[in-house]
Unconditional design. Structure first.
Length: 342
């Protein structure tokens, strides 16, 4: 495993009206009537990534071994993704993952092709932003296979990754994702105080960097959080909390609203702490989080409006500064990370 610090930038490509926090006030059947702003906002992120000058790359490119199936599989699938195959000190660029909602891809196929043409990885975010752990296996398989096929038809390349809306996974969901032909999932968020985040079993699983190898050909790339030993765990021993939740204290540090709410120096310090321990940080954001002019859902609850709108005016510049603060790291796609982690 290469020891260079790695940032995995991941973008969940959905629009402002598709977020779960607004579902009670903007039901699915009204989506077609809403103002579509995701294309402009995704272009802002693509342009931001292209505009940043990185420090020269200085890391070896791993080559697949004959007996390493998953590595050779990734290498074969990534022939056309725009990633460099040689170490060129003058071509280090910010590369990211874009988990695209099928509903968006169906209406904006040219946006999906634009993401790919800029050298980023296109992956699936499902079709209609349904919570995976609340669907039947039949319905989930339908979303997984249809969104994968749609994106592959648009890009002409295999789609290897999936991200569940609102990180809504469990062990059964992960098995279904694997069965539908994905190489990896990136949906596990260990912050247990959010009621929509799912839980999975990772004990005893082999690791490749921050990736958990769940089977010979399937990996979990979890969202990065800060974890501390809980000094008060002994006081919680009599509670109904699971032992893992009593013994550790997890702070959400992967991005999204937590990134918007925290001062940049504090967030950057936390990322560097994670990098020091694990050599990699997986970050996520949504295109609507850089859009201060998006429509306001006045009827939404006060708390949901706070979560959604706070500091969106500063997000774009804040993200640019974060990337520059971490410019000594390599910014690569999830599939590339799995390849280099063998």
């Amino acid at each position: 495993m290469n020891s260079e610090k790695t940032i995995l930038l991941t973008i969940d490509v959905e629009d402002w009206f598709q977020v779960e926090n607004f579902r009670p006030w903007i039901p699915f059947e009204t989506w077609g009537q809403q103002e579509l702003r995701v294309e402009k906002n995704t272009h802002r992120l693509l342009d931001l990534f292209d505009s940043i000058e990185m420090q020269p790359a200085n890391f070896p490119i791993s080559k697949p071994q004959a007996d390493d199936y998953e590595l050779s599989f990734v290498s074969n699938q990534l022939k056309n993704d725009g990633q460099p195959t040689t170490n060129n000190a003058h071509t280090k660029k910010v590369k990211a993952n874009f988990f695209v909602l099928g509903w968006i891809a169906e209406r904006l196929p040219h946006l999906v092709r634009e993401i790919q043409s800029r050298g980023h990885e296109v992956a699936s975010h499902g079709y209609n932003h349904n919570l995976c752990n609340q669907q039947s296996t039949f319905d989930l398989k339908k979303e997984l296979t249809e969104s994968k096929k749609l994106l592959e038809d648009i890009t002409g390349s295999p789609v290897l990754g999936f991200r569940a809306p609102n990180f809504s996974v469990n062990d059964e969901v992960l098995k279904t994702i694997e069965d539908c032909g994905y190489l990896y999932d990136s949906s596990y968020n260990s912050f247990s105080l959010h009621d929509r985040y799912g839980t999975i079993s990772l004990n005893g699983q082999a690791k490749k960097g921050i990736a958990h190898k769940l089977s010979d050909n399937f990996f979990e790339l979890p969202i990065s959080n800060l974890c501390f030993r809980n000094p008060m765990s002994y006081l919680l021993s009599a509670t109904s909390l699971k032992r893992k939740d009593r013994d550790r204290f997890v702070l959400p540090w992967g991005g999204g609203a937590y990134f918007r709410l925290m001062p940049l120096p504090v967030f950057t310090a936390g990322v560097k702490n994670i990098l020091k321990e694990k050599n990699a940080h997986l970050f996520y954001l949504h295109p609507w989080e850089v859009d201060a002019e998006q429509p306001k859902v006045a009827v939404a609850s006060y708390l949901n409006k706070i979560k959604h709108y706070t500091n969106v005016r500063q997000t774009e510049m804040k993200l640019k500064k974060l990337i520059k603060n971490l410019s000594h790291c390599r910014f690569i796609t999830c599939s590339r990370y799995l390849e280099l982690s063998a």
